[in-house]
Design a protein around this ligand. Structure first.
Ligand code: UTP
Length: 301
């Protein structure tokens, strides 16, 4: 059977101001989490979920992302000549069985605008959107995108969102969904609210950085008015789909397929430590070092 969802759009054009000064001259999506840059985990997850073509929506100052996925013959030659076979293998590990494309978002006018840059790439086919600053599952082990694609086809959806539970007091940081159906791991979405304060939040289920869309989303994005900061929000375009009665579904991520958002320092620090602790070679040593550190540095009262 021909695969229906083969393409993914990965927006990586954001300015990453919450991670300044780390992101002054390098993309946040290239910051390392343990051994690899974040964007490598995102691409590995997509390929493991059957995606064959990936379009990165980049911007000024993001060329290192393109360089990362490119072959570097000089480096390969140097490592070969130095007989560092193990490192040559590390270089090969970056190569993935997918075609990579790049285009630029000229102005950082929000996630909706970034996705719109992928319209010609997507054509008439449904496609995945995967945020370039979020990893799903420890070491990108999640197969949620495959389950979302199955759901998209089986339920003839216009959109499938990955959602995760967040602490109720933190809803103001996320796009929050209002389920149209009682509890369950898969449900229809009635409405979406962008960053509601806890008192106005319809649930504590936040959109978790993975989406599948029919190409209909592009018309919806074009109809969205910019917000107070001049940004076109993808959430607003999905809300238009809900208002038109299109089938917008949500799939709840299980605890083992947690979303690691590296767009802010607390979450980035935690993600780095968790992935480094899971490293088969260096994790045990890090654990021992952390235990020593915690004894030496008790919490400040
Ligand atoms: P964020 O909402 O985290 O925005 O983007 P940001 O601009 O990168 O970060 P801050 O708020 O300044 O710290 C979520 C994802 O959408 C992309 C980002 O690169 C990130 O992967 N994005 C965001 C774009 O591609 N274009 C935009 O205009 C905004």
């Amino acid at each position: 059977m021909q695969k229906l969802v083969r393409c993914a759009i990965v927006p990586v054009a954001g300015l990453g101001t919450r991670l300044l000064p780390a992101t002054k001259s390098q993309p946040k999506e290239m910051l390392p989490v343990a051994r690899k840059p974040i964007v490598q985990y995102v691409a590995e997850e997509l390929v493991a979920n059957g995606i064959e073509q990936i379009l990165f929506i980049t911007g000024r100052g993001k060329t290192s992302i393109e360089n990362h996925f490119d072959y570097d013959p000089e480096l390969a030659r140097l490592l070969q000549a130095a007989n560092k076979q193990e490192l040559v293998e590390q270089l090969h590990a970056v190569e993935l069985n997918a075609k990579f494309f790049y285009t630029r978002q000229r102005m950082q006018r929000g996630l909706g605008d970034a996705v719109l840059c992928g319209e010609n790439f997507a054509g008439e086919e449904p496609f995945v959107v995967a945020l370039g600053d979020s990893i799903i599952g420890l070491n990108a082990s999640s197969r949620a995108v495959s389950r979302m694609a199955e759901l998209f086809v089986a339920r003839r959806a216009s959109c499938v969102l990955a959602v995760e539970e967040v602490p109720p007091e933190e809803t103001a940081h996320y796009g929050i969904v209002e389920p149209a159906e009682p509890d369950g791991d898969v449900f229809r979405v009635a409405n979406l609210v962008e960053k509601p304060p806890p008192a106005r939040a319809p649930s504590n289920l936040a959109i978790a950085g993975r989406y599948i869309f029919s190409p209909l989303i592009f018309d919806m994005i074009r109809r969205v008015q910019p917000d107070a900061r001049g940004e076109i929000q993808l959430t607003d375009a999905i809300q238009l789909m809900c208002e038109e009665g299109r089938r917008v579904l949500a799939l709840k991520l299980p605890p083992g397929e947690k979303r690691y958002d590296i767009g802010n320092f607390p979450s980035y620090f935690e993600t780095f430590v968790e992935f480094a602790l899971a490293d088969p070679d260096y994790g045990p040593g890090l654990r021992a070092a952390l235990e020593r550190m915690l004894v030496r540095m008790p919490p400040r009262s």
